[in-house]
Design a protein around this ligand. Sequence first.
Ligand code: PRP
Length: 179
Amino acid sequence: MSRKLEAGPKALLSEVKIRQRVRELGAQITQDYKGKDLVVVCVLKGSFIFFADLIRCIDLPISCEFMGVSSYGSGTVSSGEVKITLDLTEPVQGRHILIVEDIVDSGLTMKYLVNNLTTRKPASIRCASLLVKPESVENEVDVEYTGFQIGKEFVIGYGLDYAGRFRQLPYVGIFEQEN
Ligand code: PRP
């Protein structure tokens, strides 16, 4: 293995910083949903690591559900048209939904998910995202549980990929071409 690979991509958020923030979010969610029927939805693939850590910090009898989504269109900018590749396995009518994302970038995916799940008549829908980029503001997406606001850098690790790679990095790093 080359020295560069051993050193790994430059860190933006360390494991320690992420762990601490995830614990805080879990405690907040535990407080907010006490006595409620909460369904926590993992949006695949990117959020699987954040989701796994977050749910273990929620001290409530939650249900876990998974949704697979893929953006239509080519290029690096999301078209906002999302195809559901894996759907919930349980009805959510009358239940509280928390959608868990790794990143809200343009906000179009989250907006689509909120609109789609609203049609299933849940008691409420809120969003949690480890990372939120400033562009999401333009699409009026409310993320009640935000891990970190970040800038425009291309981030990888802790579930986030570049061309399918780097998801297993234990921290959030900045992608640079030589990575
Ligand atoms: C990423 C991320 C969100 C979406 C955010 O998914 O996990 O779902 O993009 O972008 P937006 O706010 O601009 O819509 P991606 O399409 O990379 O798929 P993946 O989760 O399988 O990596």
